[in-house]
Structures are given as C-alpha cells and as structure tokens.
Design a protein around this ligand. Structure first.
Ligand SMILES: [Zn+2]
Length: 260
C-alpha cells in the first residue's frame, strides 16, 4: 500500500535527533511521500536538510500563524531565494488561528497574505491552517482576488458547508487523526462528501497521535489509520483509496516535483 502524509512537522526539535530510526519505520510501512512543513523560522534549515537526506520527503517552508512575528524581512528574503531556486515543493504551514484570541490578528493576516501571495506568484501549493478563522480566510482570498488556489486545508474538522467553499476554490482537503476518533461520526460524514480526487491524509506529526499511539509522538506512516477510517466510511477498499490519495498527492505537488 502506498502511504503518503501531506502534512508533518519532521523538523520539529522533539523528533529530529531520532530521524534515522523513524524514517526506517516509515520505509518499512510503505511511505512513498511526506511533505515536511515548517512552523517556525529556525526549522527551515532542518526541513531542507531532511529533504536532502531522504528522497521520500518533500520540503515546505513557511511561518505558522502561532508565530507571525517570525515573518520578518529576513524570512521573506530567504523564502523568495528558495522559491527562485526551485528548491521547495510548497509554502507552509501558513494560515490564521484565533483560538487564543485576536490580539495579533492584523499581524497574522499580514504574514498569511504575504506568504500566500508568494505561493501564488511562484505557482506552488499552499499548506493552509485555519482555526476559528474561516470568514477571515475567505475574506483575504477575496481581497487578493484569488478565485482559484492550489494547495490544501490541513486537519479539516469543519462543516460540509465550509468543505464546499474550500473545494469551490480548487483546494484539496486533508484529514488527520480526528477523523479516526470513535465519536467523530459527523466529521466522517463530511469526509465522505469530499470528492475522492481532492482527498489527502496527514499526521501533523509529531502531534495528534491516533488512539493506539496516545501519549507518544506521531510519524508519517501512521496515516494508514486515517485512510482506513476514510475507506470504511466510503465503503471502498483500503488499497484503492490509498492509491487514489497517492495519485492526488503526486498531482498536487507534481509541478514542484518536476521543477526539482
Ligand atoms: Zn501543522
């Protein structure tokens, strides 16, 4: 079975030193592609290093909405340099998160809009994080006159209506461990609404472990559990859905695969 993970923080300091060991687990379990997202600026060199070390890993650089102050002139210049050199597969993780309030809303919106514009300008997929911010997210797309966007919304847990809005913009939708939780019937129904060719799966490693791995870190090969939950809901064979999701992964990131 072809295993992919479109969203993993593989340069996270908590799992970095053990990477030889968990990459071996990933390979044993059939991992063929994982997108290594950055969250903070100091992870960028590690993301690039990992992509050099492991051909299964595709690099994405960006500043997560938890740290909008890290979107500095220096970060912007570095991101542009990597984009110009065709060295990265996607821009991310970027987005808006008002879970902890809106004190830095303006700063978040600026960091997001500027990074998104660079992704669009260079024709790369955007890895998008949104929490309590859908209205503002669609507002920014409108402001920037972006009708169609290449990329995905990660760890989707929203409604069917929000899923429709995302799909209408051309984006893919990625499901993570929440779709495997026993109580997540509503979310599984939403997942069945997403067309198969727009589905992606992720771990958000090293966080959000599935139930059997609670208390430990998560790793990219564990998307198998997410695919299982989606396949069961859709009443289709696990292998067939894994193959479809692998094709989606390749299609979405293909432009940059070719560039690299
Ligand atoms: Zn993430």
């Amino acid at each position: 079975m072809k295993v992919t993970d479109c969203h993993a923080h593989l340069a996270d300091a908590r799992i970095w030193e053990a990477r030889v060991s968990w990459m071996a687990d990933c390979r044993r379990n059939g991992l063929v592609g994982a997108l290594a997202n950055a969250a903070q600026f100091d992870e960028w060199p590690r993301v690039m290093q990992l992509a050099q070390e492991a051909p299964e890993i595709q690099p994405a650089l960006g500043i997560h909405p938890f740290w909008p102050e890290q979107w500095t002139a220096e970060a912007k210049a570095q991101l542009e340099q990597h984009l110009k050199a065709n060295e990265i597969t996607a821009v991310g993780e970027i987005g808006l998160d008002f879970w902890n309030g809106r004190e830095n809303q303006a700063l978040q919106e600026r960091a997001f809009a500027e990074q998104l514009q660079l992704a669009v300008q260079y024709g790369l997929p955007a890895c998008i994080h949104n929490r309590k911010s859908w209205q503002e997210f669609f507002g920014i797309l409108k402001e920037l006159r972006i009708n169609e966007l290449c990329g995905y919304c990660h760890n989707f847990t929203g409604s069917k209506e929000t899923a429709k809005q995302i799909l209408d913009r051309g984006l893919h939708i990625s499901f993570c461990s929440p779709v495997t939780y026993p109580e997540a019937e509503r979310l599984r129904r939403v997942s069945a609404y997403v067309p198969a060719e727009r589905l992606l799966v992720e771990t958000d490693a090293p966080d959000l472990p599935q139930i059997p791995y609670r208390g430990a870190f998560s790793y990219p090969w564990q998307t198998v559990g997410v695919v299982k939950a989606l396949a069961k809901t859709r009443r289709i064979a696990l292998e067939a859905l894994a193959e479809q999701i692998f094709n989606n992964y390749i299609t979405l990131f293909s432009t940059s695969f070719q560039k690299r």
